[in-house]
Structures are given as C-alpha cells and as structure tokens.
Ligand binder design. Structure first.
Ligand code: NAD
Length: 737
C-alpha cells in the first residue's frame, strides 16, 4: 500500500518507526484515509515476522488532534441515507461497524503480541490520545505545550476508541470519570503522576528511549490482557466501587441537569464496561458512541463549538482586502475596571500598552489592578513569576497624550458618558497617526453616534468586551454606519491577536449579547413578581442550561445598572417599552433600598464578608412567593428562559444586527453561556423546528405576556418550513427580509 500520511522505517533490530505526518495539514487527525493506512501498518506488524515491535510518533509539532469531525458528519449523512433506504436497524448496524473501525484497529495493535510504544512528541487529544493509550507504553518528549486528554464531551460526544475503557483500567474510576466527563487536558507532569504516561524524556532522546523500551519488553501485553488483572480503584461491586458510583451519577446530574446525553453515556459506558471482559467493553463503548453521535446535542455542539468557532477564530468574517494590522504598541484609554482588563490581555499577547487615564494616580491604579490579578495567577501556579514581570514591563501607565504619537491601535474604555468620550476621542485623534484605528468599548452608546465625534468616522469601530475581560472569550466587533472595511479588519486582527473570538454585529441598542441577556434577566424578575420563589427561579434557570441564575447574574452586573438601562429605554422608546412590574421591582430594590448587587454587598442576595452569599430574606416582602409553588408549570418556566433569549436573537437577525448565523450561536455561548448543549440561540430554534418554536412563542404570549409574540421573520420561516441555517448562507451578509 502506498502510504501518504505515514512514513514507515524498519531498523536493523526490526523495530518499525511509524511517523504520522499528514500532508497539507498543520495537525494529524483521524480521517478515513489515515485509518485505512494505519490499519494496513497494523496488519504488517501482525503478519511480518521481521517486525519485532513498533514506535509511533508524529512528524508535526503535535502528536494528533483527534478525529476529523467532518468524517463524523459524513458518517451521519451515510446513516441518514441508509435509514431512509434500508430502515433503522440495518442503518444502525452499519453506523456501529463504521464507528468501531478505529477502536478495533487499536485493539488489533494492542493484541498483536509485539510491543508498541507511543513516542508522544506533543499534544495528543481524543482519538490521538486513544491511539497512545492502546500502545503498551507511552513515552513523552519534555514539552511545556503538550496536552493529553479526551475532550470529546465538549462537543457532545464520548471517546469512541477505547478511551472510556482503558483509562479506568489504568487509574481509579473516580479519577477516570473526572478526566473524561470534564474533558480535562493534562499537562505532562500531571499525566506522569497519574501514570497515564510512563516516562518523560528530553525531545532528542525520544525515539531512542522508545526503542530501548521495546528491546527491554519483547513480550509486552496490556495489563488487562494479563492474568490476575485487577481494576486500580476496585471493582464496580466492591467497597471502593460503592463509594464512587452512586455519588458519580448524583454529581453528573447536579452538574448537567440531564441536558448532556454524552455525560450520561460516558458514565454508562464506563460502569457497564468495567463489569465485563475488555472486548465486550469496547463494544459497549461503540454502542454508546453510535447513539450519542446521532443526538441533536452533538450535532449542534459540533457545529457551533467546533466548526463555527474555529471559522470565526480563523477570521471568517474579516474583510479580505485590508493588509494585516501592525499591533506592536497600542493605547488603552480609561484605566478602570474594563480598561485594566483590556490592557492586561493585550500585554499578555505581547503588545506594549499605554494605559491612559485622567491623571497618573488613576492610570497607576489601573496598573495596580493588573499587578494584583497577575500576582494571584502566580500564587495559584498558573503563571511564572518571570512572565508576570515581562508582561508588567509592557504596561506603561500615563496621563500624557503625547505618548500616543507612535501607537498602532486605540481601545477606549472611559466612563460611559458622551461628553467624556467626545473629549477623549478628540484628544486622541489630535496625536495619533492618520491611519490608526480607534475602537470604543462602549456598551450602550451607538457606535455611529460616537464616530460622529471623530474627524475620521470611517476609522471608528466598536470592540465590546465582556467582564471579567481575562476570562470571557467573546468580543463583539460593532460596525457603525460609516465603519470602513479597514477599521473592521483592524479590530478583528486585534481580537485575534489577544486570542478571543470576534463576532461582527451591526450597531443597535444593546448590540446583540446584551439584548438577549437583558431579556433573560427580565424573565427572572417577572417570575418573582408572579410569585415564583427566588430559589426556584435560580434553580430552574440552571436546570434549563444557563450557567448562572438570572438573579445572581443581575447582582454581578449591578442592579443599579439594570435600573439605569430601564430608565434610558423608557426615555428613548417610551413608557410602553418597559414592563411596569420589572420597573417596580427594581425601584424597590435600587431606589428605595439601595441594593445595587454584589458591588455593595446587597442585591437579590446578601454577601456577608468572607461568607457565602444567601438569598436576601427581605425579598419576600417585595415579591411574596406563592404558598403553593407546585402550581407553576416547571417546564414552562425553564423554557421561558431560553425562548426569550432565542426570540431576541431572531429579532436581531430580522433587524440586520446579526448577519451570520454562526456568530449568534457562538456569541450566545461564549458571551452569556446560553445552554451550550443547544448549540446556541439560533440552533435552539432550528433544532426545535421553527414551526414548533413559533407555536411555543404564541402559547407563551397568550399565557405570560406579549413580549413573547414571534416576529415577522420567524412566522414567515415557520410557514415555509425554513431553518436559520437553511435560509441564510453562513458567510453571507444577506438581509433577512
Ligand atoms: P470604570 O468606571 O471602572 O472605568 C472608567 C475609567 O475611565 C476610570 O478609570 C476613569 O478614571 C477613566 N476616565 C474617565 N474620564 C477619563 C478621561 N477623560 N480620560 C481618561 N480616562 C478617563 O468603568 P468600566 O466599567 O471600566 O467601563 C468603561 C467602559 O467600558 C464604559 O464605556 C462601559 O460602558 C464599557 N463596558 C463596561 C462593561 C462592564 O461590565 N463594566 C462591559 C462592557 C463594556
């Protein structure tokens, strides 16, 4: 067989060195061609007397990134065709056989009765790590960047090539469960201490060490293929197992609320697999994989969290024309809460940052925040002290605009006040180069209106960060009416450089993310006014799939901000634009009782110093809870949280605020944690079906209020049986109507 993806060298000792190096790819992945070729190599290992053992390594910087997810998509297409042509059962059988191929190939290698060593030169994830686990030993090259793990769960899948069976036979089930259910990626020292890697050696010795292992272990076999093998944490039905299993399902239930079929399938595959011999266990794993790969959750998560996110990170929405932006030195103006965070992530990306404020005291205060944040990271072992010092050297606090003469890019994060912003824009434009792009982090002021203060409105753009800046991965890039392609490209280059995900949003009140989030928070407020107990509001929101309840979220963002936004909306759009019940609730809390949220220790919750937050007991006087909470329809309440956000996203599409469906989906997960299992706000609607979604909205509108009335676009799509991804081309910027 002509090998295109692997190189095979057999040395004089009969040791085959297999170097995986796929042409025209930056990383090795399992696709049909690679599986076919490797299978052929395994056949030779088994058949050829002259081959005494095998070392597998990679010709790239990394070992293998896992399975090519487009291969899975093709498998699913074939399944759908077979199901239509031949019926469910034969289609399932064919899919089962297909998904078992990689797993069976690894098993044949493992049982070839010849030693195999994985010489791991860099990151090995998913199917790549599973290949290494099927080898008889794993020797890794010292490399700080190496990560090992099974992250399948993050795209709604389970490991399907023996990972759920080998790991819990190598380490105690409890540790294996954590690793696989959370999709953890381990650094080498951790993998070594967990005994998932046998040895870490200097990169230059990697192959020699691997070959030496083979010579020393000519009769290698996996521990589970040897007599007397015992599970490291004890059998399932043992005192050790009794400690693990009941708790494991309870924890999984608590963490996922049953929203992630993959998590349940991982638990089932491991539990059932540990009760039976290894080959049966592999079939159990394949059976669960076959079921999970067909789930709507996996389809939605793969599309949004892998495909779309990858596309956006690679700059799918960046205009192609403008040259790459030079980003060596930038200015962040406003050294407050957001400005300090933005300066920190920019300096982390290697940029020199002038951190500007009204006076040196304020500018230094911003830098002090960065020092504090980095010191915390060093103390937690997440950053090296030398890296912290180097980063801090790149942050230069200043109050002198003259310093900005040679900079390449500006981010403004001063007070949310028109006059202050106008003054800063004018002062900055007076000193920066004539082609330097100015980006504002405003959260509520239309970009086009701020651009009017600039002598070069085409060079003005919005970059809307989320707090806390160092942890939140999304940036909304806001296009004003006059924003040029060059400004848009520069903003996207900047977001890429700081390793965040950009979505392009057209200028509108609240842009995209805040429009959806404000609806979520409002729904929580309204439920309180309906008599739903606060704890029930919070818990049901999490059960629906949101990471934090609406009341907690509001406390974090600040209740007085919610009040201010409500008042501004009323002033701009009229009294009808706000819900009186919500206004009264916020007035009671903010105006009458000065409960501003976490920032003053008083919100929907109380925040005792050094203690755990607890729901504020006084809330029951403002919103008396029903004495019969069972009367509320639990499913309705949960769906209201998601529907109100998805509906707002559909309105954003109709308004032309969102022009690429991928951006709404990815933005909703990264920006405000919208139920990740759904694949995001628009996938939520598409998966349910537009017709069903519209029917649900109409039912809610009748029962809970006209804020749920579906918009024109949705109704039209429902009539035609269209989906968002079907109707709108992903790359297009087509208008909705
Ligand atoms: P902040 O009050 O913490 O910081 C504002 C900073 O601007 C202060 O350090 C202040 O001294 C400085 N400043 C004021 N006038 C100035 C001037 N003339 N020249 C230079 N500096 C000046 O506010 P923040 O929360 O960091 O918000 C800043 C911007 O970011 C606002 O536009 C806000 O809407 C936006 N934003 C905030 C959040 C958030 O969660 N807080 C999220 C996204 C966007």
């Amino acid at each position: 067989m002509d090998l295109k993806n692997f190189k095979l060298d057999i040395d004089t000792d009969g040791i085959a060195l297999v170097t995986w190096d796929m042409p025209q790819r930056s990383m090795n992945v399992w696709n049909e061609e690679a599986i076919g070729e490797f299978s052929h190599i395994v056949d030779r290992l088994i058949a050829e007397e002259a081959i005494k053992g095998m070392v597998i390594t990679s010709g790239k910087d990394t070992f293998c990134a896992g399975a090519d997810l487009t291969m899975l998509a093709a498998m699913k297409d074939r399944f759908a065709r077979a199901q239509a042509e031949r019926g469910e059962k034969p289609a399932m059988k064919a899919l089962f056989d297909e998904v078992s191929k990689l797993s069976q190939m690894c098993r044949r290698m493992e049982t070839a009765k010849k030693p195999v060593v994985a010489a791991i030169n860099g990151t090995a994830l998913g199917g790549g790590f599973e290949l290494a686990l099927a080898a008889h030993a794993r020797i890794a090259a010292q490399n700080d960047k190496t990560r090992l793990g099974l992250p399948e769960v993050k795209v709604g899948l389970i490991p399907g090539s023996g990972g759920t069976q080998r790991i819990p036979r190598m380490i105690p089930a409890q540790d294996a469960l954590q690793l696989i259910v959370q999709g953890q990626e381990l650094k080498l020292d951790r993998a070594l201490s967990m005994k998932l890697v046998d040895k870490v050696v200097p990169a230059s010795d990697l192959i020699a060490e691997a070959k030496a292992w083979i010579k020393a272990n000519p009769k290698a076999a996996a521990p589970w293929d040897r007599d007397g093998f015992k599970l490291p944490g004890g059998a399932v039905y043992s005192p050790g197992g009794a400690q693990v299993w009941p708790a494991a399902s309870a924890i999984a239930r608590r963490e996922t609320n049953g929203n992630y079929p993959a998590v349940k399938a991982i638990l089932q595959a491991i539990y059932e697999g540990l009760l039976v011999p290894f080959d049966t266990a592999l079939r159990i794993e394949a059976r669960y994989f076959t079921s999970v790969v067909r789930s709507p959750e996996a389809a939605a998560m793969i599309r949004s969290l892998f495909m779309s996110m990858g596309d956006l990170n690679k700059g799918a929405r960046r205009p192609a024309g403008p040259a790459p932006t030079k980003l060596e030195t930038i200015a962040v103006i406003g050294a407050g809460f957001m400005g300090a965070g933005i300066a920190q992530v920019s300096a982390r990306a290697g940029m020199k940052v002038y951190l500007v404020d009204r006076d040196m005291e304020a500018a230094n205060k911003g830098k002090d925040h960065i020092i504090q944040a980095l010191t915390d990271q060093v103390n937690k072992g997440r950053m090296k002290s030398a890296d912290k010092d180097a980063l801090l050297e790149r942050v230069v606090p200043t109050a002198d605009y003259e310093d900005l003469r040679g900079i390449d890019f500006v981010v403004e994060a001063v007070f949310e006040n028109r006059d202050v912003k106008k003054d800063v824009i004018e002062k900055t434009l007076a000193v920066i180069g004539k082609d330097v792009i100015f980006a504002s982090n405003t959260s509520t002021l239309p970009i086009s209106s701020l651009a009017a203060y600039s002598s070069r409105p085409a060079d003005f753009v919005g970059v809307h960060f989320f707090s806390p800046v160092d942890r939140m991965m999304l940036v909304e890039v806001i296009q004003g009416k006059k924003t040029s392609e060059r400004a848009l490209a520069a903003a996207m280059d900047y977001v890429k450089a700081i390793r965040k995900t950009p979505i392009v949003v057209n200028d509108s009140r609240g842009f995209f993310a805040n429009r959806c989030v404000l609806n979520y928070v409002r729904e929580g407020h309204l439920m309180l006014t309906e008599g739903v107990p606060a704890a029930m509001v919070e818990n049901l929101a999490r059960m629906a799939g949101m990471p934090v309840g609406p009341l907690s979220l509001n406390d974090e963002v600040a209740l007085d901000l919610a009040w201010k936004i409500l008042q501004a909306t009323k002033a701009d759009l009229g009294a009808k634009a706000v819900d009186v019940r919500q206004e009264q609730l916020l007035e009671e809390l903010v105006v009458k009782r000065e409960r501003f949220g976490r920032k003053n220790g008083k919100g929907f919750y109380d925040y005792p110093q050094g203690g755990k937050k607890t729901l504020w007991p006084g809330l029951v006087d403002i919103c008396p809870p029903s004495d019969n909470p069972d009367k509320f329809d639990r499913d309705d309440l949960m769906r209201r949280f998601l529907v109100t956000q998805a509906l707002e996203a559909a309105r954003c599409v109709e308004d032309g605020v969102i022009t690429d469906m991928r951006e709404a989906d990815v933005g909703s997960i990264l920006g405000f944690g919208f139920a990740p299992f759904s694949g995001g706000v628009l996938s939520y609607i598409d998966t349910m079906g537009t017709e069903s979604f519209v029917a649900l909205c109409e039912y809610f509108a009748k029962k809970y209020g006209k804020r749920f009335k579906p918009n024109k676009l949705l109704k039209e799509m429902a009539e035609k049986g269209e989906t968002f991804y079907g109707r709108f081309a992903t790359h297009g910027t087509k208008q909705a109507a």
